[in-house]
Each structure stands twice: as C-alpha cells, then as structure tokens.
Write a protein that binds this ligand. Structure first.
Ligand code: XMP
Length: 486
C-alpha cells in the first residue's frame, strides 16, 4: 500500500539562487488557450465566485469561475457582467431619484465610499448629479435632492460607447470629476470618474482576451442538453469547467466528449479527479485541463462520510505526471491554506491553484458579511453542504435520494474572517509565492516545477515550522491566529 502525503508533510529544500523575489515571473497556462498572469483561480462556489469576484480576479491577473448553482440565464448574466466590465467605467452606478431627501444621498456616499450619485427618473433617465461638493454647506437634510443637485441642463454627459482617452479629455477640459454616460433617450448607462480612470492604469497584469475584455470561466454540470452552455457562450464565456465531485465517471467523460464535439474552439477543464488513470481518461475524452482534488477542501467532508480521497500533494504529483506527456495543465483545487502551500502545489506540477476558503473572506466574494463578538466574518459553505444542496436551483444538483429526508451532505457551512479587498489578499499570496520562488532560485514556474526538491517532514517539524514558544500578540496579514499548527 502506498502512503499519500499532503502539503504539511513536506517542505521545499532551498537552493542556490540568483533571482530576487521581485524579479520572478508567475505567468502560466490555465488551459492551452488561456494564459494567466498569476496562477490563481477563484473557486466555482456560491460564496466565492460571481461577477464581482471574477472581475477582481481577472483585473489582478488570475481568473474566476462563475459557479453553476444559478439558473442558466442568471449564470450567463454574471459572465456577461465580467465581459462587459471595462476598468474605469462603472456600468451599474448607484442612483437616487429626484424626490428623495438629501440625507439619503449622504448616507449612500458614506456607505459605498463614493463622492457622487446620478439622479434618475422612474424610467432610468438621467435628471441630474449630486456630489459631496453640492452638499458641503447643506443645512436642511430633508430637502429633496432635486433642489440641490446639478440639473441635467448643466451636466456634461457622454455617449455610452465613448473611449477612455476621449472621456479623460472631457473630464480635463471641463474640470469635472464625473462623466455620466447616456444613450439616445438620455437613459443612464454608466459613469466614468477620474478616480476610476487612474485606477484602471494601475492594472497592467489584467487577464484579457484579444478584444481587451476580461477573461472568465463558467462551471457546468453533466446535463447533456447544452442549454446552459449555449447561453454562456452567447455571453462570451472563455472556457468551461465541468465541475463535479467525481470526474472519473461515465457522465463526466460523456459530457467532456459532447462539449468538445459541440464547441471545439472552447477549452474545457474537467474534474475533480485524484488519480493518474482518471487524468488519462479525461484527456482521452478531450479535456484541455484537469482539476485535481478529492476531499481536501476546507469545507469538505467527502473523506469523512465516504472514506474516499487522495491526500492532495500525492494527487497533484500523480495527476501532473500523467498529464505531462499530453502537455495538459492541471489545476490543484482545494486544501490550500497559505501562500506556502501554493508554492508546494505548483512545485508538485500544478500549473495553477483553485482557491475557495482563502478568497471567501474577500470583500468581492458573494458570501454574507456579518459581525460576531466584535470580529467581522463572511459566510463560506461547501457546495455539498445541506443548505447549498437544498437551495440549489440546479435540478441536477438536487438530491437524487429521498427528497423528504435530510440530504447526504459532503460539506459543511461556516464562516471565514473578513479579509478586505481581494487585491490585498492576492498581493499577500502572490508575494509569498514569489518569496518561495526566490528561495529555490526559480525565475519562472516551469523552472520551479523542474527543479523543486521536496523533503518529507515529521509532525515535530510541522510544529517547528510555525511560530512556537511565543504568545502571538498580533496577526500578520499573511499569518492569522488560526493558522497556528495544532
Ligand atoms: P478550499 O480548501 O480552497 O477548497 O476552501 C475549495 C474546493 O472545495 C471543493 N468543494 C467541496 N468538496 N464538499 C467537498 O467534498 C463540498 O461541499 C465542497 N464544496 C466545494 C471544490 O473543489 C472547491 O473548489
């Protein structure tokens, strides 16, 4: 019998290095046609990836996979939102109406950290704009907005398809900070602000398609009617992920074959699997990328309730080796708790990592934000948890056992600490990855993979690896109290 190992069972041995962490290149192939500038993918879960997360991921150089626990039309709309996103342009600005009181505008600006709000009528036509400046000396906060705002006759607006350079010129020429975008009927279609334009130029690593739109993936199940897929393609999705708990099964193999036959131009990632044979079979069926991980996830109970799984590092090593000859990339999905484990997964042969729990605390994750005993959290739940299974709109996901009984769950519901903006979370993770590459002298991920030397360690070493014999009084942004070894 073999022994399986996971991230905590190994360390990477340092090597002579001629590269500094800030010099390393972390670009990778997610699939043969999709290149990422950062090897990170946000998980296809309803508390991790919808449009907002996918936009933030792609802007930072990674990518998001929109989960499939939504009706097909809604999932396609999430994809469309990502594809329509243009940094610098707010497509759905917050708005208020003419007769609302001034205090509402102040409240909205405070809550959403914005400095101005377009005012619209019931049909969504632009009537005016209210900014912080208009409210500076306002004493009566119950006065209607219409009395205080800049009315439409005095507003500078632009057509919805204006390009950013031209918009910049207009903002500059009129010395204004906000430019509402309208259609021929004067319906509000977006807003360009000076702040967002300057932020847009700060994202040179964004992952975009050849038309300059952000890259996004969508999870699909094993239904063979392809209605969901057609809608996703209409929304211009870049790749599919056949997202299942057991990728080495007849239905998944059939679905991969069908997708490749129906849409040969679209890359298909398939999973999840944990063995070489499963990897080979999926590749044989036409998969362009393989997702690896059975039961390692933070919210997974598959290994406990079914007794099934392969420790994640062994799974990555086995699947990556099997996929190597075919040149098919693999994504390590689940169980990653720190940047060090990202380094280990990539060194073991993964081309990218999929992250759930590590990103669920980001502001852009759809999970609910709440406070408990003075700490701020976001909800994070397994897609095989009781609540997710019961609320799933996707018929396929509805439980196939007795519907009147509690489902046989394979995951739990929980919470993770709120971690602020995704960009800051990723900054720490990418930074840690680059530090790791610096220690082994790898200027890029291919070299990391080729030259990595793992050393297997004992439980005593795991304890030694973490802070010990000290009472931690302050968390670091990349090391929390709960990260301690137990
Ligand atoms: P992490 O550890 O990053 O894992 O939070 C995220 C991955 O976990 C998988 N997943 C599940 N696995 N039961 C499982 O056994 C579940 O309910 C469940 N929900 C998600 C999935 O692969 C995800 O990307």
């Amino acid at each position: 019998m073999r022994t399986g190992i996971t991230f905590d069972d190994v360390l990477l041995v340092p090597r002579r290095s001629d590269v500094l962490p800030d010099e390393v290149d972390v670009h990778t192939q997610l699939t043969p046609h999709i290149r990422l500038n950062v090897p990170m993918v946000s998980a296809a879960m309803d508390t991790v990836t919808e449009a907002r997360m996918a936009i933030a991921m792609a802007v930072e150089g990674g990518v998001g996979v929109i989960h499939r626990y939504l009706p097909p039309e809604e999932q396609a709309e999430e994809v469309r939102r990502v594809k329509r996103y243009e940094s610098g342009v707010i497509k759905d600005p917050f708005t208020l109406t003419l007769d609302e009181p001034v205090w509402k505008a102040l409240q909205l600006m405070r809550e959403k950290h914005i400095s101005g709000v377009p005012i619209v009528d019931a049909q969504g036509r632009l009537e005016g704009l209210i900014t912080r400046r208009d409210l500076q000396f306002q004493a009566d906060l119950d006065e209607p907005i219409s009395q205080v705002m800049t009315p439409r006759e005095k507003l500078i607006t632009a057509p919805v398809d204006i390009d950013l350079e031209k918009a910049k010129e207009i903002l500059h020429e009129h010395r204004i900070e906000k430019l509402p975008l309208v259609d021929v009927n004067f319906k509000l279609q977006g807003l360009i602000t000076i702040k967002d334009i300057s932020k847009a130029s700060e994202h040179p690593h964004a992952c975009k398609d050849e038309r300059g739109q952000l890259i996004v993936g969508a999870a699909v199940g094993t239904l063979l009617d392809l209605k969901r897929e057609e809608l996703l393609l209409e929304a211009e999705v870049d790749f599919f992920v056949v997202d299942t708990a057991h990728g080495h099964s007849k239905r998944v193999l059939e679905k991969v074959r069908l997708l490749k036959r129906a849409f040969p131009e679209i890359d298909v990632m398939a999973g999840n699997v944990a063995t070489s044979q499963a990897t080979l079979d999926l590749i044989d069926a036409g998969a362009d990328a393989i997702k690896v991980g059975i039961g390692p996830g933070a919210i997974c109970t598959t290994r406990v309730i079914a007794g099934i799984g392969v420790p994640q590092l062994t799974a990555i090593l086995d699947c990556a080796q099997a996929a190597e000859d075919a040149g098919i990339p693999i994504t390590a999905d689940g169980g990653i708790r720190s940047s060090g484990e990202i380094v280990k997964a990539l060194a073991a042969g993964a081309s990218s990592v999929m992250l759930g729990g590590l990103l669920a605390g980001a502001e852009e994750a759809p999970g609910e934000l709440f406070t408990l005993r003075g700490e701020t959290y976001k909800t994070y739940r397994g897609m095989g948890s009781v609540s997710a299974m019961k609320s799933a709109q996707d018929q396929e996901r509805r439980y196939f056992w007795d519907q009147t009984k509690e489902p046989i769950a394979e995951g739990v519901e929980g919470r993770v600490k709120y971690r602020g903006k995704l960009a800051d979370v990723l900054y720490q993770l990418i930074g840690g990855l680059k530090v790791g590459m610096g220690y082994v002298g790898a200027p890029d991920l291919a070299t990391l993979r080729e030259t990595a030397e793992f050393i297997q360690i004992t439980h005593a070493s795991v304890i030694e690896s973490h802070p010990h014999d000290v009472h931690i009084t302050k968390e670091a942004p990349n090391y929390r109290f709960e990260d301690r070894a137990s």
